[in-house]
Design a binder for this molecule. Structure first.
Ligand SMILES: *Cc1c(COP(=O)(O)O)cnc(C)c1O
Length: 355
């Protein structure tokens, strides 16, 4: 890692809260570790980075994040292997992406050495919160918010960058039935769908709620102009298996360039699976479902790695996907998860040991 411009200040928590947490009953993203990383931006530069006890922050009610949604975030994980060593998975990808997201929202880039020094220090201080085995991991949430007070509609001159961490267990969402969007859109050409911005999520809640009421857990987003092309699965990227080929659409202004998506593509190719990255029409999916060549659909994202989809609705019709003996989704997930937990070789250089 590079040398810090300003050394990190560390204030340790007087007492750990870890005994108050039941690690066998974790709800995703509900519990947080003992410490957090915080760094403020003002007078045109990032100030002293700090690791402090996890605590509430105070903001003026007119802080711009509340009014104009100038906020971006990341999602990444730390894993512990059988020897209690801690690993991150492709962390540079998340670091680069948060700065790309920030740029799209007219926010300043965060220094790389601050990010990694802060994250590493946090993980070492809170290492007891990372449990080994069986899908346990630590979900890491870096984020940046606009903190300047004043309701003028202009980019903030002040920001806060933070990292908070939440222990999680392997995520099983149950059967996921999805509905293909034919009216609402999550992103548009020239918009900020490719940024991991808070507002992209806010805009998705209402159409997703309507889909939930109809019995679907998620929406498959289509392109905003025609609703003819399949683009994302809720807050995940989307894959289709037609016969033995794995398909996913190319990234664009409207699609989040997922780390898991990239990893699924590379891992599948490494496993000898045929992968096609190209635009996929709703009509092609319907045809494949009708002629039996559509074998699997799944979403990809950091939280669950891969979430299998059991069926999809398009307009008023519903298709249940056939059950597979040995789903491609499961094989690829297993290969990625084993790599994340340091159980297998890493031919890609994705795993980064924290020390
Ligand atoms: C975070 C996110 C993903 C998945 O990205 P990963 O890097 O794989 O976690 C996909 N789509 C959207 C809209 C997202 O916000």
């Amino acid at each position: 890692m590079e040398q810090l411009h300003t050394s990190l200040a560390v204030e340790k928590a007087a007492q750990s809260k870890i005994d108050q947490v039941d690690f066998s009953k974790l709800v995703f993203g509900k519990n947080f570790t003992d410490h957090m990383f915080i760094c403020e931006y003002k007078d045109g530069k990032w100030q002293q980075p700090r690791v402090v006890p996890y605590q509430p922050i105070t903001l003026d009610p007119s802080a711009k994040v509340f009014h104009y949604g100038q906020a971006v975030f990341e999602g990444m994980k730390a894993y512990k292997d059988a020897n209690d060593d801690i690993f991150l998975f492709r962390p540079e990808e998340n670091f680069n992406r948060i700065n790309k997201s920030s740029e799209r929202l007219a926010m300043p880039a965060f220094p790389k050495d601050y990010f990694f020094e802060g994250l590493t220090t946090l993980l070492k201080l809170d290492k007891e919160w990372i449990k080994k085995g069986n899908g346990n991991s630590l979900y890491i949430r870096p984020f940046v918010i606009a903190t300047e007070s004043g309701v003028m509609a202009s980019p903030s001159m002040e920001y806060t960058f933070m990292i908070i961490c939440s222990p999680v267990q392997s995520y099983y969402g149950g059967e996921v039935k999805v509905k293909i969007a034919d009216y609402y859109s999550r992103a548009a050409n020239g918009g900020f769908g490719a940024a991991k911005a808070a507002g992209n999520y806010a805009g998705q809640f209402y159409p997703t709620k309507l889909a939930n009421e109809e019995g679907y857990q998620q929406i498959i987003w289509t392109d905003d102009a025609t609703h003819e092309y399949l683009e994302e699965a809720g807050t995940m990227n989307i894959f289709f298996r037609i016969n033995d080929t794995l398909l996913t659409c190319p990234t664009s202004d409207r699609i989040l360039d997922g780390v898991t998506r990239k990893s699924v593509i590379a891992m599948a190719q490494h496993m000898g699976i045929d992968v096609e990255v190209r635009p996929i029409k709703v009509s092609e999916l319907v045809e494949a479902a009708n002629n039996g060549s559509l074998k699997e659909m799944f979403g990809s994202g950091t939280a669950a790695v891969i979430s299998p989809i059991s069926g999809f609705a398009n307009k008023d019709q519903f298709w249940e996907l056939p059950k597979q003996e040995s789903p491609m989704a499961q094989q690829i997930k297993q290969a990625i998860v084993s790599l994340q937990y340091n159980e297998t070789e890493d031919p890609f250089g994705w795993r980064v040991k924290v020390d």
